[in-house]
Design a protein around this ligand. Structure first.
Ligand code: URA
Length: 210
């Protein structure tokens, strides 16, 4: 597994505003969208492309197009949904699958409650969206499922990561074709499984507490 922390002043600025407890939900949603687009730029550095012939108004030249099969973007419900538009803005040809996963707040273990994506992911490049890499349980379970279906490379785009979650990913997905792209790796997890200093509950901050 590879870890890529995106070091850019615009990323740091947007992330700082997301962290601020005074940032309201509409602003949080807009900034998440903008931040994901910046992370997506880095996350898609190795997206597969083909060389094609293009006719400009002036001449025939060679150009670049995203390859088929199309990349698959998989937001993990519910908080990952807040990252979908930011990602597909840069990958408009991507197919979108959905994965509903919930974390048991006592055991912190992840279980799947909904899956909507192709059974066969052979040869597909996948971008998984989940704002918080906390214990790593959800992402490891999600990525294992995608690899079992044949995915050949998986990039997890997360806003924030905890060192504990990164270590779990590195251990559980060692040697697998997996990359994590994040805006920052924070200090630690607290006893409730929240990232410190973090930004709180990403789902609640995006959508309210309903
Ligand atoms: N999920 C969140 O939304 N926030 C955290 O800090 C950890 C997990």
């Amino acid at each position: 597994m590879r870890l890529h922390v995106v070091d850019h002043p615009l990323v740091a600025h947007k992330l700082s505003t997301l962290r601020d407890e005074r940032t309201d939900s509409p602003t949080f949603r807009r900034l998440t969208d903008e931040l994901v687009t910046l992370l997506a730029y880095e996350a898609t550095r190795d997206v597969r492309t083909d060389t094609v012939e293009i006719t400009t108004p002036v001449a025939v030249t060679r150009g670049t197009r995203l390859s088929y099969p199309r990349p698959l973007v998989v937001p993990i419900l519910r908080a990952g949904l807040g990252m979908l538009d930011g990602m597909t803005r840069l990958l408009p040809t991507a197919e979108v699958g959905f994965l509903g996963m919930v974390r048991n707040e006592e055991t912190l273990e992840a279980s799947t409650y909904a899956t909507r994506m192709p059974d066969d992911l052979s040869g597909r490049q996948i971008y998984v969206l989940d704002p918080m890499l906390a214990t790593g349980g959800t992402l490891v379970a999600a990525i294992r499922m995608l690899l079992e279906r044949g995915a050949t490379d998986v990039t997890a785009v997360v806003l924030l990561a905890a060192p504990e979650g990164v270590a779990v990913m590195e251990r559980e997905l060692a040697g697998r074709p997996v990359t994590v792209v994040t805006a920052a790796v924070d200090e630690r997890l607290n006893e409730h499984g929240y990232i410190v200093p973090g930004l709180g509950d990403a789902g609640d901050r995006l959508y309210g507490t309903a």
